[in-house]
Design a protein around this ligand. Structure first.
Ligand code: FMN
Length: 191
């Protein structure tokens, strides 16, 4: 067993590196994401933990331009990258299988977003849950219709993926607000 904090070698560093350089990337080059790289990103989604190991998520991989453009229109703003990305992964989760569908799908999206960063692929979360299109129609419902998915399948969001058009600047530690970390001290005994 390794002691807490003991370096675990390259893997640990690679994860931290990916976390540090991860940004939301919304502009992509024409270059396709290689199939093996896309497979690894999707595997990261499958490795994501789920409450009670119920695994409610289904991953819909879209590379067809027409469908990508339809997806980009399911919400009023903030979905433009779906129309221009190389691949979109819509994460649906069976709400009858898991009452934690929001959390489970969010963790899966995050795992894929981080894995993409680690593999130098740009990606961006596109929120659909609680969002609507320009006419006020529910974005989740519209997405379900595009994929012909039954109503019990809920969707938090879609991950847009593509090779980055330009370098993104990593966030730095100075972007981080340490005041949001609250160290809870044990209560002092009453005098
Ligand atoms: C829950 C969640 C929902 C998001 N929804 C969208 C979205 O719909 N459209 C979008 O362009 N970016 C979306 N983002 C990306 C955020 O805008 C982005 O993470 C944030 O501005 C910080 O920038 P960074 O990821 O480059 O560090 C979302 C991120 C999260 C975590």
């Amino acid at each position: 067993m390794k002691a807490a904090g003991e370096p675990e070698g390259r893997d640990k560093m690679e994860l931290l590196d990916a976390m540090k350089k991860r940004r939301s990337v919304r502009s992509y080059s024409e270059e396709r994401i290689p199939d093996d790289v896309l497979k690894t990103i999707l595997e990261a989604g499958l490795y994501a933990p789920t409450s009670q190991n119920r695994k409610p998520c289904e991953f819909y991989v879209v590379r067809d331009r027409e469908t990508l453009q339809k997806l980009a229109a399911v919400k009023k703003a903030g979905a433009g990258m779906l129309a221009v990305c190389d691949t979109a992964v819509a994460v649906f989760a069976d709400s009858e299988l898991a009452d934690t569908w929001i959390e489970d799908a969010s963790v899966a999206l995050t795992y894929m977003h981080l894995m993409a960063a680690g593999l130098n692929v740009g990606s961006c979360w596109c929120q659909l849950h609680l969002r609507a299109d320009a006419e006020g129609a529910d974005a989740e419902e519209a997405a379900r219709r595009i994929f012909s998915v039954p109503e019990r399948f809920r969707i938090v969001g879609i991950l847009a993926l593509g090779m980055p058009l330009k370098e993104t600047k990593p966030r730095t530690l100075s972007d981080r607000d340490y005041a949001r970390i609250h160290n809870v001290e044990p209560a002092k005994p009453q005098e």
